[in-house]
Write a protein that binds this ligand. Structure first.
Ligand SMILES: Cc1cc2nc3c(=O)[nH]c(=O)nc-3n(C[C@H](O)[C@H](O)[C@H](O)COP(=O)(O)OP(=O)(O)OC[C@H]3O[C@@H](n4cnc5c(N)ncnc54)[C@H](O)[C@@H]3O)c2cc1C
Length: 456
């Protein structure tokens, strides 16, 4: 039997490096194409593979109570190169996993360069050649402009975003429904709605005035030099709207019209904050129109002043960054392949996950899926109860696209417990631990069952 042809991986960052490693572990050759050091991005500084462009933290390593710690544990069980290098180069950082960035990237570069099944090509790929039949594109948030243009042409005008504009996302079970209520404006059902799809939080005039003051005074994060100022219509940060006039928000995302507060039907709210369902599980709701550059501490303090959100827990906070990512729930199939051109698979932050670890985890899955396909086996999807499955679900189908005819709403996300199928009958204080225990047990069963299945 002759050797299988290689899988081509474009981009030797966190996702591409992990993907190439996983492909080789399945006995399949890989070619990893990385443009650095010949051509760099605005954030990378070296020619090393899996360079960490900013912080050196992989965040919490607690596999009993944090979703990211759970993802670390799952990746270790799946033989992740990124986790091996992180563990070998960890630095003291309390409960977090922080790494020596040079030691980490050098270890990954050395391991990949020394692997007999992996070739590394230092070149910029402008477009995947037509004779590459099994490709992973993992070129990250700063994909080179020429390749980004190719992807944009393949996927359509509005399917590739160059900035994210992230509104904060709240865990539904931390919202006070003694104050908030479900209702769509004018009770409109819309194409996929019920007429009561939004969660509404009412503000009196003094509460609104205090909220605007807090927005204006709050400390903001500056854009980096290369980001320019990516404001575009319909997507202004709330603090910029507030700067344009004290009433602007009341006539924009906080307008109170078409809504009746069932807790106080006689009293019209002066302003209303609306939250819209964000995932199919109905566990996460995003604050509509609340993209912001406020610092994270300011966001928590300011948004908890909104009636109904005093105890809100945030699955993610708002932001606005230079990014490159696909409208994945629409474009990708369950194994991360472009539906319109299945020889191309995507991995890493370009798929709409966020963070070093999440990007590497999606690289891990993409590598395994691509290798299975090359071996004529059916890719084996991780259970949705695992951190890998939850993250994959967010990217390939767990997100609610839009309830009404709004702009595309898919935005990058870190792994968090709101992406996991809920667990019934567990006391709130014990829930995270139970979700972690269920995930690791299901992952072990999945690993045990991962015997090859012939492709159909
Ligand atoms: C400024 C900035 C700061 C960030 N800070 C953090 C942080 O502190 N913590 C965190 O968790 N995440 C951070 N991120 C997000 C971070 O980039 C991702 O978490 C992670 O690096 C994404 O992994 P990836 O493999 O998808 O992309 P990357 O790690 O960026 O890897 C993509 C690789 O593809 C290469 N490439 C691009 N185009 C081509 C091409 N045409 N041909 C060949 N190679 C190409 C690039 O050189 C790069 O090596 C930050 C992102 C940016 C832009």
């Amino acid at each position: 039997m002759h050797a299988p042809g290689p899988v081509h991986v474009i981009g030797g960052g966190l996702a591409g490096s992990e993907a190439a490693w996983q492909i080789a572990r399945q006995g399949v050759p890989a070619v990893l194409h990385e443009m650095r050091p010949l051509r760099s991005t605005d954030a990378h500084k070296t020619g090393s593979l899996a360079e960490l462009v900013c912080s050196n933290s992989f965040r919490s390593d607690d596999a009993d109570g944090s979703a990211i710690g759970l993802l670390h544990a799952e990746m270790r069980r799946l033989g992740s190169l990124v986790m091996q290098a992180a563990d070998a180069h960890k630095l003291p950082a309390g409960g977090a996993l922080a790494v020596d960035r040079d030691g980490f990237s050098t270890a990954i570069t050395t391991a990949l360069e020394g692997d007999p099944l992996i070739d590394i090509g230092r070149e910029e790929i402008l477009a995947p050649p037509a004779d590459w039949d099994n490709v992973i594109i993992a070129t990250g948030p700063l994909t080179s402009p020429a390749l980004a243009e190719t992807i944009r042409t393949l996927t359509g005008e509005d399917a590739l975003a160059f900035f994210d504009a992230i509104a904060p996302i709240v865990h539904r079970d931390t919202i006070d429904f003694g104050i908030a209520w479900f209702q769509s404006r004018y009770d409109k059902a819309g194409p996929a709605g019920s007429g009561a799809d939004y969660i509404n939080c009412p503000l009196t005039r003094p509460q609104y005035e205090a909220f605007v003051d807090a927005l204006l005074a709050g400390e903001k994060i500056a854009f980096r030099d290369f980001e320019a100022t990516p404001y575009f219509d319909g997507c202004l940060p709330i603090e910029v709207m507030a700067e344009r006039g004290r009433e602007t928000l009341r006539h924009g995302p906080m307008k109170p019209f078409g809504l009746t507060n069932p807790h106080q039907p006689q009293q019209k709210p002066y302003a209303v904050v609306q939250l819209r369902q964000d995932n199919k599980l109905g566990t996460l709701f995003n604050m509509v129109g609340f993209q912001t550059k406020l610092k994270h501490g300011e966001q928590v303090r300011t948004f908890r002043s909104i009636p109904g959100l005093a105890n809100a827990e945030f699955a993610r906070l708002g932001g606005l960054h230079r990014n490159t990512f696909l409208n994945s729930p629409k474009l990708l199939d369950a194994t991360l392949r472009l539906k319109a051109m299945p020889r191309l698979r995507f991995a890493g932050q370009i798929t709409g996950c966020e963070g070093y670890v999440e990007s590497a985890a999606i690289g891990l899955l993409a590598g395994r899926f691509a290798a299975a396909e090359r071996r004529a086996e059916r890719p084996h999807l991780p259970p949705p109860t695992t951190a890998h499955g939850a993250l994959l679900g967010h990217i390939t189908g767990g997100h609610v696209e839009t309830i009404d005819a709004g702009p595309r709403s898919f935005q990058p996300m870190n792994v968090n417990f709101g992406l996991f199928p809920p667990l019934g009958g567990v006391a709130r204080g014990a829930r995270k631990q139970a979700l972690c225990a269920r995930a690791l047990a299901d992952l072990d069963t999945w690993i045990g069952a991962a015997v090859p299945h012939a492709a159909e």
